[in-house]
Ligand binder design. Structure first.
Ligand SMILES: CC(=O)[C@@H](O)[C@H](O)COP(=O)(O)O
Ligand SMILES: NCC(=O)COP(=O)(O)O
Length: 249
């Protein structure tokens, strides 16, 4: 079963835009769980443009589903926060401070020794480690040798190409996913997944452990309501259509 982890960064964007506590980010996390989210994902960035470190602490104490904290382990304060709150999973993303959003995966070959060190820090205290990577076999293979538990495939290029040619868009992800599976790496995916492209991705990679979805889901919820939207995303993941399956070769 592929779990849906709801990324609530964008609820925090709205809250921060007026300086108060509306919408209540913690309440949103608790409600998302109640509405069917199988995980909650947050990405506290160094400038705290949306999720604040205080949000991470509060959410950890108040939800029962899996908690996934994403961020840049090149920031010591991020490492300290994760070790303090001990989420179920940390997803290491190679973002730099000025990025508007995450836009690339790790070069797990070039940063092999560094990532081995980082992965060991979190695994030592029992936190599952996922590395954010592009859909490239070699990057997946080198992620495995760092000792990481999972990779998260960065799905922006899939989402961008999906409407033009869905079979072509998903092909590299099938290859990368099969590589992860062959190396006994767990498999996550995320970034720009939405109601139109999610089912095809899942149909072609049925052994996907988790998708983390935020931007499109929260945008959909503005029109459809958060509970209804979460249920719609869950239904996209619940059924498999064999006819959709692509042969990547
Ligand atoms: C790592 C990734 O692709 C997303 O989870 C990222 O957290 C989105 O960050 P923003 O919500 O700041 O765009
Ligand atoms: N890791 C991906 C994530 O958490 C949410 O990405 P997006 O759906 O906001 O693009």
């Amino acid at each position: 079963m592929t779990k849906l982890s709801v990324n609530i960064n964008k609820i925090a964007v709205l809250r921060n835009s007026r300086g108060g506590d509306n919408p209540d980010v913690l309440a949103a996390a608790i409600d998302a769980q109640r509405f069917g989210a199988q995980g909650i994902t947050v990405h506290p960035r160094p400038d705290e443009r949306h999720i604040r470190y205080s949000d991470v602490r509060a959410i950890r104490k108040n939800i029962q589903v899996e908690f996934n904290v994403e961020g840049n382990c090149q920031e010591q304060k991020f490492i300290d926060l994760v070790l303090e709150v001990q989420p179920h999973q940390v997803t290491l993303v190679p973002d730099s401070a000025g990025q508007i959003t995450s836009n690339h995966g790790w070069d797990t070959i070039k940063h092999q020794d560094y990532l081995k060190e980082m992965v060991a820090i979190f695994k030592k205290v029992g936190i599952r480690v996922s590395l954010f990577v592009d859909p490239v076999e070699e990057m997946v293979a080198a992620a495995a040798t760092t000792g990481a538990d999972r990779v998260e495939l960065y799905t922006e290029s899939y989402a961008r190409e999906f409407m033009k040619n869905r079979a072509k868009a998903v092909a590299p992800y099938i290859i990368a996913a099969e590589k992860a599976k062959s190396l006994n790496l767990g498999l996550n995916a995320g970034h720009d997944l939405d109601l139109s492209n999610l089912k095809f991705f899942k149909d072609n990679i049925p052994f996907l452990d988790e998708v983390s979805i935020g931007h499109a889901l929260i945008c959909d919820a503005l029109y459809l309501g958060l509970e209804n939207t979460i249920q719609m995303y869950r239904r996209r993941l619940a059924t498999t259509t064999a006819a959709a399956v692509v042969s990547p070769s």
